[in-house]
Design a protein. Structure first.
Length: 293
């Protein structure tokens, strides 16, 4: 049993890390934390490569510790696009949950294979993680073989550079730069398509268009829609909508032209909470309203 623990401590840590990452991503209370982003990056950029390295090189003599870490990063970077490409051509597509499932299953499967292959080797030859033993081994090798010291330092700097890159990536993802602040405002005609808008009316006849709003203001916004014919409001068509950042609203609005005439301007005005008199966005149609026969 002690031998099994020695051979599997790193693999157990990887499996536990996969489990914790799944918890932070799938549980809503935890999914908004910055730690979720960091865990996800490590799951993608290190753990698959480490578990695959363990499966391919189960013996101590195959790779040294620093080499094993560097190859783990390299393999992970190679594995990620292949997995993404596979999902892209599947029915699930490249989405968060399918990606999480794919990376988790792959990593755990490689851990199982690595453990099995280590069990087939004599205890003295199988790779296992012992921080104290690794430190003493590296220290002894550097003292006994001074020529290898430069190689060790270069490899160590390489690993630190990769870790620094991962940290920078985590920070950028966790603190994205805000883009342009704007609101999308649009109207759709019959069958919710662009064009085929109602433009010909008999007096008293109702018309309907679909109006949509998408908030990209990086803050919650209270909007008001006001429909006006020849600059006169149609009160029954007014709407008040509150949207958070990246939220959208799309509903049909029905209006009844109150005037008779040709080439009249029917306006759809969008106001926000900071400006009540000047429209933030505006759209219009030219309509004809004839007298009822």
């Amino acid at each position: 049993m002690a031998r099994n623990r020695h051979l599997s401590v790193d693999l157990l840590l990887v499996a536990g890390f996969v489990l914790i990452t799944n918890i932070f991503i799938l549980i809503p209370v935890l999914s908004d934390s910055f730690l979720r982003t960091c865990l996800g990056i490590i799951l993608v950029l290190f753990l698959p490569g480490y578990s695959l390295t363990g499966a391919l090189f189960p013996a101590k003599k195959d790779l040294e510790g620093i080499e094993r870490a560097a190859i783990s990063f390299g393999l992970s970077i190679a594995i990620a696009p292949i997995m993404g490409l596979g999902l892209n051509y599947s029915t699930w597509g490249i989405r968060e949950i399918p990606l999480l499932t794919e990376f988790s299953i792959f990593t755990l499967l490689m851990c199982a294979i690595a453990y099995y292959r280590r069990r087939l080797l004599p205890e003295t030859e199988a790779f296992g993680v012992s921080l104290k033993a690794c430190y003493l081994s590296m220290k002894a090798e550097i003292l006994e073989n001074p020529e290898s010291k430069t190689d060790k330092i270069i490899a160590f700097i390489l690993v630190l550079s990769i870790l620094a890159s991962m940290g920078s990536l985590a920070y950028i993802i966790g603190n994205p730069k805000e883009g342009e602040h704007f609101t999308e405002f649009y109207i759709l005609g019959n069958n919710s398509t662009i064009g085929d808008y109602p433009t010909e009316f008999v007096q008293g006849e109702k018309g309907t268009v679909t109006v949509g709003i998408m908030n990209h203001e990086y803050r919650p916004v209270d909007y008001t829609i006001d429909v006006r014919l020849e600059n006169k409001s149609l009160p029954e068509s007014q709407k008040k909508i509150s949207l958070g950042h990246n939220m959208s609203w799309e509903e049909p609005i029905t209006f009844t032209p109150s005037l008779e005439g040709k080439n009249m301007k029917l306006e759809f005005l969008l106001f926000n909470e900071t400006e009540k008199t000047i429209p933030y966005r505006n759209l219009h149609l030219w309509i004809n309203v004839t007298e009822e026969a």
